[in-house]
Design a protein. Sequence first.
Length: 259
Amino acid sequence: MEQAIIRVAQAIERAERILIITGAGLSADSGLPTYRGLGGLYNGRTAEGLPIETALSGPMLRRDPALCWKYLAELGKACLGARPNAAHFAIAELQRRKPGCWVLTQNIDGYHRAAGSPPQRLIEIHGELAPLYCQSCGAEDPQLAEHLSRPLPPKCRQCGGILRPPVVLFEEMLPEQAIDSLYAELRKGLAVVLSVGTSASFPYIVEPVLRTRQAGGFTAEINPTRTDLSDVVDVHLAGRALDVLPELVRHISGHGICK
Ligand SMILES: [Zn+2]
């Protein structure tokens, strides 16, 4: 493991353009449940007998906002009740040392930002849980915690419309701006892609890895279990992000800070 970590650290040290892709495994290390791991689900179905993907969908938010919000609120409470972990802080530190290092995350908890990742090099492809905004008048509402302790769904102070978080629900489109920034970075080329705690089934997760590999770049994965990417990447570090990332960053010297 140590040798493999050093190999990844050396590749990062040499590289300027780097992409770190993060998924649910990183937040799970902070104690957050994945949406499939929310409380009260039985075989992935809600108390109402629905698959969680249906309960947390755009159509459900329109049809039955209270039901959709019941599960959004669980995610919200979990996020508010946990904190970024050592892996988030290690990534932010790496971005400080490497001005060409970007983060692409599937997570909606906002922990990268909280840990100090610069927003201009952070692509939140599934959006974020806060701030809420009104679906009728567009007004923003920063009080997620307060709303979660009141009857759901939360309502707009200005017009009484139903509030929603700026997340991508199931059956909704990915944010255009996030997709645009990702593909703009991909076109410029990447020297290293590091996939952390994601099972990597979406094309926008797999594609940066495959493209970079084909172009002769270095690819690595940090995940305790094997994924579809494990056989594709140069190095698979089989461990938790929480343990591996701080160790990895310790092996990267500060050279190149002012590039
Ligand atoms: Zn409103």
